[in-house]
Write a new protein. Structure first.
Length: 745
């Protein structure tokens, strides 16, 4: 069968266009991975280039593995030679071979966010700063944010990117952090890209060697690339201009981690004579879902026009439900799920509940537990983030790179060897005095038995590591590491269920090493550490140990961000209210609103058969009872939805009985009708809150500067009465005594 036989016309056009710049605008569900892999197969089959001359990058290990597997299915074993990796893996590959040109030794360690925080914590302590009030993790995130922007590549002085809102000298900490990373021969995830760009810009010999190796370049999810990734790809492809990027500007939702939508919108400016192919046939969702998504995203100005068509034809109309409160919203969702399972013979795994922020999951969880319905929250702690796994990985990192201070500090006294804070400070002082690493300091002073034991252990393991994989299997070596370090015995001595669970995790870790070894029989310990270090938070989170295609029978709960790349027969898009979705932190700029709209578009287009959109009229918060305005996004799809309200009397508050009449509360369906609350309702505003105020909740008022608004909450009493007023999509707070307001109808 011809490679293009299974493709539609637009897909075929993209696959057959091999030379020169190509922009593939892939609408949601349009088969972009199929196009990428078939294009690679076509280049190989037409002998345009050898498989090893093809460079393809994407964002997650899962996506890279899927791409590699599909290519092999199409062209056979030759597909193994195609360079298919994530951006970070590609950067590691380049730096391991040419990094010394920018002073990056071949055996560098890769520090994850936890390792970064450890380095920063040490620096804060040396600067005599209180780490309880200054969280190292937040500083690490700020440094990553600065690097993500990577504006200094284009001449912006670094000082202009550094914040000046901290009580300490951020520049001093920033410099100390990078000096420490250099001393420890370590790179963080941002450094992998930054050093690669530095290499490509300053070492013509290295760039020329890479350009001789790769002739064709393909980039998946191009709308999610940041500035460093943009420069990296542009430099590599500058010789042949045979660059194909695939993406959807309507699904660019990661600006908060550096993604720049301009990369895809301006591609045609970067590459003259660009061929543009738009994939508009959606193979995932029914027509009502696609129409609603298209109606929504059309309100964005900064985008490329598409006319997405639902191949699967007509389906059920979208349901929009406005519930009385968050309990009513959750109950509506649960009842619909139960009903659809009975009537349409659906399973739990066919349903997904999306929300904008993780805090919204609590009410749904409560409802599912009470109804005894199994569910899973996606995005929890990953396997490699667990303490016992990170401890063993720290041992392995230190074996490979003795200069790795972060790993040494993590495990020098784990399990306990009697090495206390005094001894650790002594070792640290020796290292600072001699301007060397902690491992060298350990070798200087072994007067403490625990330190001497640690040195002997690590030297023994370092010697054994040299025999992998020649004399020892990788998994056998790691088993020896766990046993010789007494880590397993340390867990066994806990004699607790938690300890046993950790032992089970260690066993599963060894299983994972064994599986890795089967796929990579010649892999070294360095190769293994490199690959697991690249299992980042950027990965699409999945249920632990499960393939999404073979999910156990659980209802899925997740944020909309985590839903990207997934699909479900039935989706509930919940919490669709102003300040929640779009989020209050994003409504001050048009760029923020447009990204929130794209995020909503992503959520909608995850649904295959049915879509439900819900919002609550009232929600409880730390500020008290809040009336909520429906999201503007609902209005932008209103004519395409069937509207209903839900105000159940059966609201449960966990008092030991399934339904209690005294716990019920009701709300009017129209905004101008009075609100009726039972005495026991947790939503009942206090008498004190309104005592002495000239206004009531929901009063319409005119402010001389902000215009007409609605009073959403009243707090305090007497001279300290505070009014929270909603003006359009923006909330403002005022002291009533000093604010000129007039009531209006």
């Amino acid at each position: 069968m011809n490679i293009t036989d299974s493709l539609n016309n637009n897909q075929r056009e993209a696959v057959l266009h091999t030379d020169g710049p190509l922009l593939i605008l892939a609408g949601a569900g349009s088969g972009k991975t199929r196009v990428i892999t078939h294009r690679i197969a076509n280049i190989i089959s037409e002998r345009k280039a050898a498989p090893y001359s093809i460079f393809a990058v994407t964002f997650t290990n899962k996506a890279a593995e899927e791409m590699r597997t599909r290519v092999i299915d199409l062209v056979g074993p030759a597909g193994n030679s195609v360079f298919v990796k994530t951006f970070h893996s590609a950067a590691v590959y380049i730096l391991r071979r040419f990094g010394e040109a920018v002073r990056v030794p071949r055996n560098f360690s890769i520090y994850d966010t936890s390792d970064q925080a450890s380095v920063i914590k040490q620096i804060l302590e040396e600067m005599n700063l209180n780490i309880k009030s200054i969280k190292p993790a937040s500083i690490a995130a700020r440094i990553s944010e600065i690097k993500d922007k990577a504006a200094f590549f284009d001449g912006t002085p670094i000082d202009e990117l550094l914040p000046d809102t901290y009580i300490f000298n951020f520049r001093e900490l920033y410099d100390k952090y990078h000096a420490r990373m250099t001393a420890q021969n370590a790179l963080d995830f941002n450094d992998l890209l930054i050093k690669t760009v530095q290499l490509l810009r300053t070492s013509p010999e290295s760039l020329a060697a890479l350009q001789r190796q790769w002739k064709y370049f393909m980039v998946d999810e191009y709308q999610d690339t940041n500035h460093a990734q943009y420069i990296m790809i542009k430099a590599l492809a500058s010789a042949t201009k045979n660059i194909c990027v695939v993406g959807d500007d309507d699904q660019s939702i990661y600006s908060w981690r550096g993604a720049d939508i301009r990369n895809i919108l301006d591609f045609e400016k970067d590459y003259k004579d660009t061929k543009v192919v738009t994939l508009e046939e959606n193979y995932r969702s029914r027509e009502p879902i696609i129409k609603a998504a298209s109606s929504l995203i059309a309100n964005n100005i900064d985008r490329k026009e598409k006319n997405v068509i639902a191949v699967n034809g007509d389906g059920e109309r979208i349901i929009h439900c406005q519930a009385n409160n968050e309990y009513g919203e959750a109950e509506f969702v649960v009842r619909r799920i139960v009903s659809l399972k009975l009537v349409e013979n659906l399973s739990n795994k066919d349903f997904a509940i999306f929300y904008r922020t993780n805090s919204q999951s609590r009410i749904f969880e409560e409802q599912f537990r009470k109804e005894n319905i199994p569910y899973r929250i996606i995005g929890g702690m990953k396997f490699y983030d667990r303490k016992e796994i990170k401890d063993i990985i720290a041992y392995l990192k230190l074996i490979m790179n003795p200069d790795d201070d972060v790993s040494l500090m993590r495990i020098i006294n784990v399990p306990s060897r009697g090495i206390g804070t005094v001894t650790l400070k002594k070792i640290s002082d020796i290292a600072n005095e001699k301007m060397t690493t902690l491992w060298n300091a350990v070798n200087v002073d072994t007067s403490v038995k625990g330190v001497a034991d640690f040195k002997t252990l690590m030297n023994s393991l370092m010697s054994m590591a040299a025999e992998v994989p020649a004399e020892k299997k990788l998994h056998q070596f790691i088993m020896h590491t766990i046993e010789l370090s007494a880590y397993r015995r340390y867990l066994e001595e806990e004699k607790s269920r938690e300890g046993q669970g950790r032992i089970d995790n260690l066993d599963e870790f060894i299983n994972s090493v064994y599986d890795y070894e089967m796929k990579n029989p010649e892999a070294s310990l360095a190769d293994f550490l490199q690959d697991i270090s690249l299992q980042t938070s950027e990965e699409t989170p999945v249920v632990e140990g499960e393939d999404p295609a073979e999910r156990a029978d659980y209802i899925t709960l997740m944020t909309v961000h985590n839903a990207k790349g997934l699909e479900f027969p039935v989706v509930f898009l919940t919490g669709m209210e102003e300040d929640m979705f779009p989020h209050k932190l994003s409504i001050d700029t048009e760029e923020g609103i447009e990204e929130e709209r794209r995020l909503c578009y992503v959520g909608i287009t995850r649904a295959k058969e049915r879509l439900f959109i819900t919002n609550a009229e009232l929600r409880r918060s730390f500020m008290g009872l809040e009336y909520k305005e429906p999201s503007r996004f609902i209005d932008e799809m209103q004519t395409l939805m069937e509207n209903l309200t839900f105000g159940s009397d059966d609201i449960r508050f966990g008092k030991g009985k399934p339904f209690a009449a005294t716990d019920n509360f009701r709300y009017a369906k129209k905004k101008d009708e009075p609100v009726e609350l039972s005495e026991n309702s947790p939503f009942l505003p206090s008498e004190k809150a309104e005592r002495g105020s000239a206004f009531k909740l929901r009063d319409r008022v005119i402010h001389p500067k902000y215009g007409t608004g609605t009073i959403m909450n009243i707090e305090g009493s007497g001279d300290t009465i505070k009014l929270i007023i909603l003006f359009g999509a923006s909330k403002k707070s005022f002291l009533e005594k000093y604010t000129p307001l007039e009531k209006t109808k």
